[in-house]
Design a protein around this ligand. Sequence first.
Ligand code: HEM
Length: 399
Amino acid sequence: MTQQETERAMPTGVVLATEPMAHDRNRGWELLRQVGPVFQDDLGLYNVTTYEGVKFVQQNPKLFSSQRAFDDQGSVQQIPLAVDPPDHARYRRILDPVFAPREVNKMDVELRRQAAELVDAFAHRGHCDAMNDLAKLFPTQVFLTMFGLPLDDRDKCMEWVRTINAERVLGTDILSDSLVEASNALADYSRQFIRAKREAPGDDLLSRILAFEGEDEWTEDEMMGFVGSFINAGLDTVTSSLGFVFHYLATNPDVRRRVIEEPELVNPIIEEVLRLEPVGPRIPRVTTQDVEVCGYTIPANSMVLMCLGAANRDPERFPNPHEVDVEQANLGHLTFGGGIHRCLGSHLARREMRIVVEEFHRRIPEYELAPGAEPTIKWPAGVVTFETMPLVFPVPAAP
Ligand code: HEM
């Protein structure tokens, strides 16, 4: 880095709310990329937009703290999401094998059965809301299944999580009454089932973690932190990503027909949609000291946001940055993060998405957005998502 480069003035006061993200993320992220590799937004937060810049932040957890970034998210520390080194390594050593692909494989049959059941409930109707009838329901069912909890608890869990995510404001410590109420209700529910599983273990992930002994044994607070992390990181993320995949397939019928004819395309198409539509588009950290990123100095104790949507469209890395292009599916997008905090549930998330798309296409191969439907996202937001996605499709002939 030359002296001249380090002295460039950093763009400041960038107003994110005016970016055209709601309708056009290609243009929205491109505009932010063009502001510069690092800029300060109107809340004073530092945003990093290049692939290399984001990688640098991910790979230096001693300079960029997760613990301090997630401090404002309730009284229980989220494990391992909000843990810095060296403690973080202990949690991942225990958790990584539990979420490894071979463990995800074991759930395939049951998860497929549940996805099929959800699709069967509307396949005869000729229309559905891909978000409310499917994408919002399935990830919560997966969570309940993995934790050995009754599927009947699905709707109340979804409502708590919806309130918490809708009312959390990134970069502030504003806690509304309904957010506190939903957080407390979810915490009480979690504490109760952790205690129940400790007394009567079953054949589920939670019981497996509770069975660890010696230095691997977890306290109740640690278990609460892990449940919080799973709920925070593993439900709305899959829901929202599924929404983006269905939107892409509904509006690109030629690609969809190819995917149905060539099932091996399902994974790379999902991967490319994940790249273009990172559902957690700005991942936070707090600097532990003054630090230089892409030639700009960010002071100690600053909130830094890794703009995954911009970095995933960096033309230095992705030759066709704004298009779904299966040739790019292995180029290493950043939607699942990277470094020590790389998504623990990425194998599970990919499997969930594949199962849902395959079971949907098995029953409903032809579909499109309902006339007049124009799904949009709310922006800026911690997790970006379509709230509804009305689809129409031919009713299958009676047997
Ligand atoms: C498409 C869906 C998903 C996306 C896009 C996603 C994205 C991410 C990202 C970007 C991170 C890194 C956060 C950071 O660096 O601060 C992360 C971490 C994490 N994710 Fe996911 N995630 C998804 C699904 C899941 C699922 C299904 C689970 C369920 C277990 C999960 C559990 C976690 C956990 C526990 C962490 C924290 C890991 C750590 O701090 O070591 N995620 N995820």
